[in-house]
Ligand binder design. Sequence first.
Ligand SMILES: Cc1cc2nc3c(=O)[nH]c(=O)nc-3n(C[C@H](O)[C@H](O)[C@H](O)COP(=O)(O)OP(=O)(O)OC[C@H]3O[C@@H](n4cnc5c(N)ncnc54)[C@H](O)[C@@H]3O)c2cc1C
Length: 323
Amino acid sequence: MTDILVLTDHDGAAPKKVATQLLTAARGLADDAAALLLGEGAQGAAEKVGAYGAATAYVCDAPEVDAHDTEPKTAALLAALEASGASVVLYPAEPFASDVVARAAARVGGGVIGDVSDLAREGEGIVATKQIFGGDMTSRCTVRPGLPAFLGVKPNAFAASEVGGSPADVVPLDVAFDERATRVRVVEVVEESSGGRPEMTEASMIVTGGRGLGDAEGFALIEELADALGAAVGASRAATDAGWYPHQHQIGQTGKTVAPQLYLGAGVSGAIQHRAGMQTSQRIIAINKDPEAPIFSIADLGVVGDLYKVIPPLIEEVRKRAS
Ligand SMILES: Cc1cc2nc3c(=O)[nH]c(=O)nc-3n(C[C@H](O)[C@H](O)[C@H](O)COP(=O)(O)OP(=O)(O)OC[C@H]3O[C@@H](n4cnc5c(N)ncnc54)[C@H](O)[C@@H]3O)c2cc1C
């Protein structure tokens, strides 16, 4: 029996980066946290969660989980809560997990705290910290012991680390799916095209374009640099709102939180709402023609100049070194 259960996303073979971060966060709260893995490949991925400290991995890879929408996953989550005895669920603060959790929480009368950026034990309870009002204020929410609570942790809020622990005890869940669980069937899954680039929250390098590009066509240069580096492409909200790049690439308070080894921002001013989504990147490079741009205050390396003059020779240099 544990009090922490981690909704562990995986790619069919191993836990995803965000899941390894959540498992690491769970380790700070309990040394016997459990993981829940759903869908095809869950069994194989479950064997890898012990490395991040999970003591038990509950698995539900019944075909219904992938063939139907949110409900079978909700049923499996409720079954895992019962089997594990957990009262606190950590889940990635991402749309699909949030949908599953909202249903589960409503059914057990639990509370949900979204966009958590830090977690700590305080006495018998857990304190979940989140930024509110555009990052101007910090809210600390105490979860009292025993109450069902669902805590949505922001991707990249925690750095993942392995403990090299023994494999988790893998426990198959026998979930009964009623008519409600299988009412909505998935008929087609359309993979978002990323142009062969890595997914932003998983990438080790991100090249980001902002309003300073001047127009949508400017993103061709950002993509060219990203491809030379093997990086993902990010965008500021000004750029996505202008329709220059898809919204799912937006970084920031109302976009994605990223923490790559290298973030390069070109024509991005570094507004507080943008910084909220990238300031924990390990190395930050900024290219901006305004020496007073706020992004320079957090940059490890700043280039004051016109991005259209700075980036082409940079691409050439990167390609030269890669060949
Ligand atoms: C509630 C709320 C939530 C928000 N959430 C987000 C969010 O999630 N993410 C986000 O990004 N923003 C967010 N914003 C918007 C944010 O406040 C800024 O407006 C936005 O980040 C600005 O984007 P930008 O840096 O691309 O544009 P600007 O602030 O206009 O900056 C453009 C920069 O490009 C530079 N530049 C211009 N031409 C060149 C050139 N040729 N070469 C080099 N540099 C050049 C300029 O000097 C300038 O610094 C939010 C705002 C609010 C109110």
